[in-house]
Design a protein around this ligand. Structure first.
Ligand code: PEP
Ligand code: MG
Length: 578
């Protein structure tokens, strides 16, 4: 019964819940033909599964109340009718009796046939009915495969749901979290996808690249997920639940230990002050950042504001969001990044081009903003208006040329002039910085740095573009390597170029919050980190135990190392020295 599936941990935390399969793209199907003597049993299994699916629909209908009752009830009734439809069920029984299909294979075959019929219809309404077929047959399929014990069903009734799907868009995650989903398991995806970043921000445990999830987990199975280690236990035992309780105890002990570091200084053993900023996506992140003593907000991804809704937020709406962010940080600096839509951050407002062959290399970030100057202007105006309430810096994503920086700066100055003329009180000077996440910007930073007030290294994309490895493609996860010698060279070069020009250099990619890389980044000369606030205290704890001078002395060895293994060797020596 109990089985363990693995994936990649993408957002920490454990959750126990009932699996809720969404858009399962595959059915678990046994294709081997039935033997003569198995036919009757198989027919009986299918009858029981259909009856169970009907019962479930009836229970669902009884539970309906509120404004959606009528609308939803119509769907449920239609589905119940389909299950009672002789044509449909006889077709299934026929496949078992005559074709010697197993019940699951019969359901799949019937589904494929019916879907093909509906898809061929001209009428869009009728065409859309194929979804009903999928739902109804999917429900029977799930009933057929359900193997939960009475005890398990009792437990499952008391716990919430864990979404199991092939993918989930960043824009779908917020409503899911609001609906109370306890965790997410995806059969594809990666740790540095925007969905994963958002899940961390929402404190929603997430596992990605769990390739077997959809074929092994059934709707309603009780599952226990561990978002740190990427482990899914299907039908957990008492021992597994004891592990969950142990984790809960450990987490509370760890947070008590780390709580002592709230508002503590971040300073290496040899006395160098390090700034830890927060990547804040929500008001909860902002509150957490303040409580934990962040030096400011190092990255506010404005696209999340756009992804949660259908229309483009107006200048006023944006202003209110940015103003609240600045006020929430109580005078600490806030870095607001202009829109980085495109690639996997497609919006519902239709700005993002959907016919690009290679969206990661397409109209994304500043390229999209400069194609829609009105949009950029309204965003810059909103940011500048909020600058009257506290220190704000503007950060531009996906920069690859100095001309892009100059264009944004010209618009920023024009907006500032217009606002002042119109009587708004805005900051005297608003710093403008660039994300260094395209290798060209890192390599040619020397020629760009004088046009910038600061830079912020986006390792999530810098690794993807340097190594030509799609950050969202789980099949390439082994190649997506922040410890590649080429990445290290670009990091060291970027930090050194910015420091020579006396410009602040921050790192706001996921590497900054991963304590495995803290010593490395200090060795390369980084002093400004920006990470999800939930990681701030453990990075502070790590930094406070390190000697920066000694780490700096190892930088040449790190940069000389020609392979990942050698780099790891140097890093190991670094940690064993302590
Ligand atoms: C990055 O690329 O490292 C980054 C911080 O930006 P995003 O993850 O939003 O692309
Ligand atoms: Mg990026």
């Amino acid at each position: 019964m109990r089985s363990v599936l693995t994936g990649t941990g993408a957002a920490r935390g454990m959750a126990l819940g009932r699996a809720r399969l969404e858009h399962p793209s595959r059915y678990l199907v046994d294709d081997s033909p039935l033997a003569e003597h198995e036919i009757e049993d198989e027919l009986e299994r299918l009858r029981r599964a259909i009856a169970l699916a009907r019962d479930e629909l009836r229970t669902l209908r009884e539970k309906l109340h509120g404004s959606l009752e009528r609308e939803v009830a119509e769907f449920i009734d239609a589905h119940s009718l389909m299950l009672a439809d002789r044509e449909l069920t006889n077709g299934l029984f026929e496949l078992i009796r005559v074709g010697r299909y197993r019940a699951s294979a019969a359901l799949k075959t019937q589904r494929d046939r019916l879907v093909a019929v509906f898809e061929a219809m001209d009428d869009p309404y009728l065409r859309s009915r194929k979804e009903d077929v999928e739902h109804v047959l999917g429900r029977v399929q799930a009933s057929l495969a359900r193997e939960s014990s009475v005890e398990e069903r009792r437990l499952a009734a008391r716990v919430g749901e864990i979404l199991v799907s092939d993918t989930v868009a960043p824009s779908e995650l917020v409503p899911l979290a609001e609906r109370g989903v306890l965790g997410v398991v995806l059969s594809s995806g990666s740790q540095v996808s925007h969905s994963a970043i958002l899940a961390r921000s929402l404190h929603l445990p997430m596992i990605v690249a769990a390739h077997d999830a959809l074929s092994h987990i059934q709707d309603d199975d009780l599952i226990l997920i561990d978002g740190e280690h990427g482990e899914i236990v299907v039908h957990p035992t008492a021992q597994d639940l004891a592990r969950l309780r142990a984790w809960q105890r450990e987490t509370s002990q760890k947070s008590k230990r780390l709580a002592l570091l709230r508002n503590a200084e971040t300073r290496t053993k040899d006395g160098v002050a390090i700034s830890l900023h927060a990547n804040a996506e929500s008001p909860a992140d902002v509150a957490q950042a303040r409580v934990l003593g962040a030096s400011g907000v190092g990255l506010y991804r404005t696209e999340f504001l756009f992804l949660q809704r259908k229309e483009i937020p107006s200048e006023d709406e944006q202003f209110l969001a940015y103003r609240d962010l600045v006020l929430g940080m109580g005078g600490l600096p806030v870095t607001i990044r202009t829109l980085d839509l495109g690639a996997d951050k497609a919006d519902a407002s239709g700005l993002v081009m959907d016919d690009e062959e290679n969206p990661a290399l397409g109209v994304r970030g500043v390229r999209l903003s400069l194609r829609h100057p009105q949009l950029l202007v309204s965003q810059l105006r909103a940011i500048l208006r909020a600058s009257g309430y506290g220190p704000i810096r503007v950060l531009v994503p996906m920069v690859s040329t100095v001309e892009e920086v100059l264009s944004v700066r010209a618009l920023l100055q024009e907006c500032a002039r217009d606002l002042r003329t119109a009587g708004y009180e805005i900051a005297d000077h608003t710093e403008l910085g660039a994300m260094i996440e395209v290798p060209a910007a890192a390599i040619a930073l020397g020629g760009m740095i004088q046009s910038l007030d600061f830079v912020s290294i986006g390792t999530n994309d810098l690794v993807q573009y340097t190594l030509a490895v799609d950050r969202n493609n789980d099949h390439l996860a082994h190649l997506y390597d922040p410890l590649h010698p080429a990445v290290l060279k670009l990091l060291a070069q970027t930090i050194a170029t910015a420091r020579r020009a006396k410009r602040r250099v921050m790192l706001c990619g996921e590497m900054a919050g991963d304590r495995r890389y803290t010593a490395l980044l200090l060795a390369l000369g980084l002093t400004d980190f920006s990470m999800h606030p939930g990681l701030l205290l453990e990075v502070r704890e790590t930094i406070n135990a390190l000697d920066r001078e000694r780490l700096r002395a190892h930088a040449p060895a790190l940069l000389r190392a020609s392979t990942r293994a050698r780099i790891e060797g140097v890093l190991e020596r670094l940690s064993s020295d302590d």
